[in-house]
Structures are given as structure tokens and as C-alpha cells.
Design a protein around this ligand. Structure first.
Ligand code: GDP
Ligand code: MG
Length: 680
């Protein structure tokens, strides 16, 4: 395949680095150039899709073909110098039209490529015919328009070189048609009559030529089924006449200018009934070979290869091979582009996975989707011009490959998101623990002072109004101590802390684009872990500081009067009575402490409803290493009743006994103090 922008030497012959004279597509030795793609790229035709046109010029040597092309298209095909008179054009040359319209000439169709074909009398006779046939076949397989350049005085020479050439053209066209009856397009054969004197009107010359064409057509043997076909079934004909270049230079220039105006895209339907022949733009859509410009070089080379090796030229199979080759090439290009876009994202993700470098996952997803669009758009734009069945198949393959890559990406994102969620959950759980430690600790601390506190003190303004009100420490007349709503306070503290944590989790998990399911799972875990943290905190208190708290509670009731004034015991005070009331008061706290039950409902909080159902797709709890929760999880065999039991029956009794001993000690001490006071 040709290389972009670099031109190398082939054999001894240096390749024109600047393509000044166009490109020699086929050289004297019938070798096809490896640089056609370079040329098409350099001349900006490569990306034109179907928006280009191809013309081939045929005719005897030294009939002014190259001269005419150069004048029409501003090209620089070699022409015979008037002094040396030897053949110049060898093989087949191609050049892009260099007229821009800005140079004063007429504005022509976009991207016209002209092929200047070696004249037919430049070689030995047998070689000549062989090359002429081959180049005619090549031109017919690729070109929309064949210009036949003839001297006026040769018109009507039925046995002349031109009719021999045309016979070849018709012949090879039938050959191509047989292989491809469906799509073989029409071609325009455009006669340019040179050194037109004007004595015979052009219309007469045209009639003569048309007669000769029909005669030639009828003389060739047609394959079965085409015996009655007419030449008009395959070709359109056009005519132009140019005066003598040297004898009538001004007229010649004017007519060349007129001719130039016809190299535009035409519309045959615009021909009026009075017009004898179509005289509009010569590029009719039906002439186009429908080979995308970016595939032209492969196609042309393949066609030439078949021709030069005397193989049966089969254009449909050439087109199929081309479609496959180009779709593959475009796939590679599209994947390269995709890679280019996706590589930095993959790198970012890798860094994030390896070193915890932060990455915004929504950006990653967006960039992945954008890379997909860019890649598929490139493929669709270029490859859709090729055979549909091949294009559709290759597109599906490309989509599959790209989606597979994106799924890698997706999985990495999911992994990263999971890690980020876990990190976030850990931080939030730690916060929950700290706040519960504080708030729950404070509730129990104040148990000792005999003054239960407002949870608002511990958890701030997040506590709803009603929760704060519920803490007001007024005796209720139920006979229970005022600490009876201790669990209500702890539960509302807990719910507030946990709600707060949940909303923080929700907000922050948005940062890494977590799905609703992932957030729901995270919240579910967070609620469970919060509950377990609360349980642990309560257990810790029950194990360690509950006895001193009860003692303090008792001491407060025992040592202070109802007005909060410290009592000075005297011998005749009812120490036993105060002691018994204070002791019983505190003892009544033990059954309250023993179960997590709300004073408002006389029932445990509805933990099952509060934790909620396990979201689908979340690991069973055991796999997280978390203890099962009674009444919520089946495993572990614990009931909600068990879960809400803070002190077992045995522990209750043990606590009561130890408390009574401590209370007794306080009592004896007071008694001794009172007696001591008397003896003093
Ligand atoms: P090609 O071999 O057909 O490409 O012919 P060239 O363009 O190289 O021209 C061959 C010779 O014919 C040159 O000497 C030109 O100056 C001359 N020539 C070009 N155009 C005309 C023309 O319209 N009439 C005549 N009589 N000579 C021409
Ligand atoms: Mg020439």
C-alpha cells in the first residue's frame, strides 16, 4: 500500500516527488504505480467519496490530446514539442483538473481526474493492439467519459484507426456487461473533432460518425441474448469540434473554452424536445462507476492486474474484493481512532484502581460513549459506500469489538465504584459510631445524675422538635421513674444520627455515578451497621459503667432532697425510709434497662421495617463478616425479642444484687455518719 506523503524511487526511475505532471498510473512496462493513493490524497480526492469524476482520453498519437487536456484542465501532461516530433505519452497518465474557476476559466465539476492514454500507434503492431485493448478495458472499468480525439479528415474512414479502437471498446464493454448485467453502467463516448474547418457542418460529421458506429456495432459478434441489442443500450455519444490550433488560434481558444463549460454534472431531463441531442453537463450520475475515492486505487490496481494477466475481468468480484479490503482497512482506522480516545481514559482508570488517584466515573462513561460514537461514525461514513452486505457485517463486527472494549472499561468502573462506595461507607460508618458513642454515652451518664438529658444536647439541632420534647423529665404519675423514656431518647437519637449518615451517603455516592441499586444496597448496609454499632455501644455500657451509673442514680436520690439540697443526716431522721424509696426507685430502672422498649408504644422499635428488605443482588450478610441481627436475619436463630434484650434475666438479677450491696454500703455509711454526729 502506498505511504502517506513519502515517495520512493521505483527501479531507476525517480517518482515525481511533487506529481507535477500528474501520475503515471501504468507505465511502459504495464506496471501499475504504487503511488496512486498518495496522489489521490495529495490532491484531496481521497476523501471525496463518490464526488469525483473520471475521464479517459483515447486517440491516435500526436493528434493533440495532451495539448487539449492541458488547455482544458490546466494539467501538465507532456506534449510533443513541435521541433522534435516524437511520441511523449507512454502508458496511462492521470492528473486532477487544476482549474479552480478563479483563474478566469469556467467552474467545472469537483474532483475531475483525467487519464491520458498512450496513443495507439506508438508501438509495434501486435503490441499496439494488445495495449490498446487492455487500456480500453481499463478505461471502461473506471471512467465515466471516454473522449475520442480525431482529426476531422479522419471522419468517415470506416476502416481507420478510430473505428478499430471503438470496435475494441464495444467488444470489451460487452465482455464486462456479461459479467455484470445488473450494474454495468452506461458510458459517454465523447468525440472531439480536431482541425475542424467548418465546410461540413458538425451535424453532418456527427451523422457520419453515428452511422459508422452502428456499422461497427453490427459487425461484432454478440453473445447469446444480446444479438438484437443496440449500441444505444450501452453508450451515449457526444460531439464537439475544435478549429485548427495554429491556423485559427483565437477560434480554437474560444471553442476550447466552450467545451470546458460542459465538464459539469448534468441532468438529461433538462433537454428540451427541440434539441437534437443533449448538450448539457457531461457528467450524468448514471455514468459513475460508484467506486469510493478512497478505494479507487485498490480497485484500479485489481482491475489492471486482471487485465494485464489476461484473466477474465469480473468487475462484481473486483468490487466485492474491494469492499472487503476497504471495510477491513476502515475498521483498523476506526479502531485506531477509538484507541486514541480510549487509551487515556483506561490509563486514568488504571491509576485510580492502582493508586487510588481520584477519577470522575461519570466522565469516564461519557468519554467511553463519545469514543464509540467517533469510531462508529468514521466507519459508517467511509464504509457505507461499499457493498451493503459486507458493510453491514463489518459494522456489526466493529460494534461488537468496541462494545467489548467498553465493557472492560465498564467493569473497571464498577470495580472502582465499589471500592469508592466501600471507602465512603467506612468513613460514614466511623462517623456514626463516634456520634453514637457521644450521644448514647451522654444519655447514660445523665442517668447517674438522676436528670436525664435532652438528646438535643448530644446530637445538635438535627433532632426533631418532638424528640426533644419527649425528653422533658417530668414525673408521669405512672409510678415509673422519669427515666422510663430512656429508650425513646436513644432510639430517636439513633434514627437521627443514622438518617443524617444516610443522606450524606446518598449525596456523596452521586459523585461516582452509583446506580440506584448500588446506593440502595449501600444504605441498607449502613442501616445494619449503624444498628450493630448501637448494640455494641449499649453492650459496652451494660458491661462496664451501668453499675456505677445506678449507684450514682441512687446516691442522688438518697443524698439530695426534692429541692436538690444535700441532706445532713441526723440520728432521728428516717434514713431507712429515704433509703428504701431511693433504692426502689433505682431498682425499678433495671427492668427498663433490660429491654429496648419504647415508652410511647410499650413495644420494641420496629427494627425489621426500619432496616428494610435486603436489596436484590446484595451479598448475604454473613459474607460481610457482620453478625446477624435477630428478627431481621434468619440465620443465627435469634428473634427480634432476643435482639431487643439488653440484659438477660440472669444479668438483671446479678446487677440488682450488686447494686443493692452498693446501696447498702451507702446506707450504712450514712447511718454511721448520723450516729457519729450524735456522739460528737
Ligand atoms: P498527443 O500525442 O495526442 O498527446 O499530441 P500532443 O498534445 O503531444 O501534440 C502533438 C503535436 O500536435 C504537438 O506538436 C502540438 O503542438 C500539435 N497540436 C496540438 N493541438 C493541435 C491542433 O489542434 N491542431 C494541430 N494541427 N496540431 C496540434
Ligand atoms: Mg500525449
Amino acid at each position: 500500500m502506498a505511504m502517506n506523503g513519502h515517495f520512493v524511487s521505483v527501479g531507476d526511475e525517480p517518482v515525481a516527488k511533487d506529481f507535477e505532471h500528474g501520475i503515471q498510473v501504468i507505465d511502459d512496462d504495464k506496471t501499475f504505480t504504487p503511488h496512486l493513493n498518495d496522489y489521490l490524497q495529495k490532491t484531496d480526492v481521497y476523501k471525496a467519496g463518490f464526488n469525483y469524476h473520471l475521464i479517459s482520453v483515447f486517440g491516435a498519437q500526436s493528434t493533440g490530446k495532451s495539448t487539449l487536456l492541458n488547455l482544458l484542465f490546466n494539467t501538465r501532461f507532456s506534449v510533443m514539442s513541435d521541433t522534435e516530433r516524437r511520441q511523449t505519452t507512454k502508458g496511462v497518465w492521470m492528473s486532477k483538473n487544476k482549474r479552480t474557476g478563479e483563474d478566469g476559466g469556467s467552474v467545472m465539476a469537483d474532483n475531475i481526474l483525467v487519464m491520458d492514454v498512450e496513443g495507439s500507434d506508438g508501438r509495434e503492431r501486435w503490441e499496439d493492439q494488445d495495449f490498446e485493448r487492455k487500456s480500453a478495458l481499463f478505461a471502461l472499468a473506471t471512467s465515466e467519459v471516454l473522449i475520442i480525439n480525431i482529426w476531422e479528415h479522419q471522419v468517415g474512414l470506416y476502416h481507420g484507426a478510430n473505428m478499430v479502437l471503438l470496435r475494441t471498446v464495444f467488444d470489451v464493454n460487452l465482455e464486462l456487461f456479461l459479467k455484470d448485467r445488473h450494474s454495468n453502467p452506461r458510458s459517454l463516448i465523447f468525440f472531439v473533432i480536431r482541425d475542424f474547418i467548418g465546410n461540413t457542418p458538425l451535424s453532418n460529421l456527427r451523422n457520419t460518425i453515428v452511422q459508422d458506429l452502428h456499422k461497427t456495432w453490427s459487425s461484432i459478434s454478440k453473445p447469446p441474448g444480446l444479438e438484437t441489442s443496440s449500441i444505444d443500450d450501452f453508450f451515449d455519444f457526444g460531439f464537439a469540434a475544435l478549429p485548427h490550433k495554429i491556423l485559427q488560434p483565437d477560434k480554437f481558444t474560444a471553442e476550447v473554452e466552450n467545451l470546458g463549460r460542459r465538464f459539469v454534472v448534468g441532468d438529461r431531463s433538462k433537454t428540451t424536445a427541440s434539441e437534437q441531442e443533449y448538450t448539457g453537463g457531461i457528467f450524468l450520475p448514471e455514468y459513475h462507476r460508484r467506486i469510493p475515492a478512497d478505494g479507487f486505487s485498490i480497485y484500479a490496481e485489481g482491475v489492471w492486474d486482471q487485465i494485464v494477466n489476461n484473466k477474465d475481468l469480473n468487475l462484481p468480484s473486483q468490487q466485492e474484493a474491494l469492499s472487503r479490503a476497504r471495510c477491513d482497512e476502515i475498521t483498523i482506522e476506526a479502531i485506531e481512532l477509538f484507541d486514541e480516545k480510549i487509551a487515556p481514559i483506561e490509563q486514568q482508570l488504571n491509576d485510580a484502581l492502582k493508586s487510588g488517584k481520584p477519577v470522575t466515573l461519570s466522565d469516564v462513561a461519557e468519554a467511553g460513549a463519545a469514543a464509540r460514537v467517533v469510531c462508529l461514525t468514521l466507519f459508517k461514513t467511509q464504509a457505507s459506500r461499499y457493498q451493503k452486505s459486507i458493510y453491514v457485517r463489518k459494522l456489526a463486527e466493529l460494534e461488537k469489538a468496541v462494545d467489548k472494549r467498553l465493557k472492560d472499561l465498564d467493569e473497571d468502573c464498577a470495580r472502582l465504584r465499589k471500592e469508592e462506595m466501600r471507602r465512603l461507607a467506612t468513613i460514614i460508618e466511623r462517623g456514626v459510631k463516634l456520634r453514637l458513642d457521644d450521644a448514647v454515652g451522654l444519655v447514660f451518664n445523665n442517668l447517674g445524675s438522676g436528670r436525664t438529658i435532652s438528646t438535643g444536647d448530644a446530637i445538635g439541632s438535627a433532632v426533631p422538635e418532638s424528640a426533644t420534647n419527649a425528653t422533658s423529665d417530668s414525673a408521669t404519675g405512672s409510678g415509673l421513674p422519669s427515666e422510663k423514656d430512656l429508650w425513646d431518647r436513644i432510639w430517636s437519637t439513633f434514627v437521627t444520627v443514622s438518617d443524617d449518615a444516610q443522606s450524606r451517603f446518598k449525596v456523596q455516592s452521586k459523585n461516582f455515578d452509583a446506580s440506584e441499586e448500588e446506593v440502595a444496597a449501600g444504605l441498607w448496609r449502613l442501616r445494619r451497621k449503624s444498628w450493630i454499632a448501637l448494640r455494641e455501644k449499649i453492650e459496652e455500657i451494660m458491661k462496664g459503667s451501668i453499675l456505677p451509673k445506678l449507684e450514682e442514680n441512687f446516691k442522688h436520690k438518697f443524698r439530695y432532697d426534692d429541692a436538690g439540697v444535700p441532706r445532713i443526716w441526723r440520728a432521728n431522721d428516717d434514713i431507712e425510709g429515704v433509703y428504701t424509696r431511693a433504692r426502689d426507685y433505682t431498682l425499678a430502672l433495671i427492668p427498663i434497662l433490660a429491654r429496648f422498649r419504647l415508652a410511647s408504644t410499650y413495644a420494641s422499635p420496629d427494627l425489621v421495617a426500619w432496616i428494610g428488605e435486603q436489596p436484590a443482588g446484595v451479598l448475604p450478610e454473613g459474607e460481610d463478616g457482620l453478625p446477624p441481627i435477630g428478627g431481621v436475619d434468619l440465620e443465627g436463630g435469634k428473634t427480634l425479642e432476643d435482639e431487643m434484650t439488653v440484659l438477660s434475666e440472669g444479668k438483671r438479677q446479678d446487677l440488682a444484687i450488686r447494686f443493692k450491696q452498693a446501696a447498702d454500703d451507702v446506707y450504712f455509711e450514712a447511718k454511721r455518719g448520723a450516729l457519729g454526729g450524735i456522739t460528737q
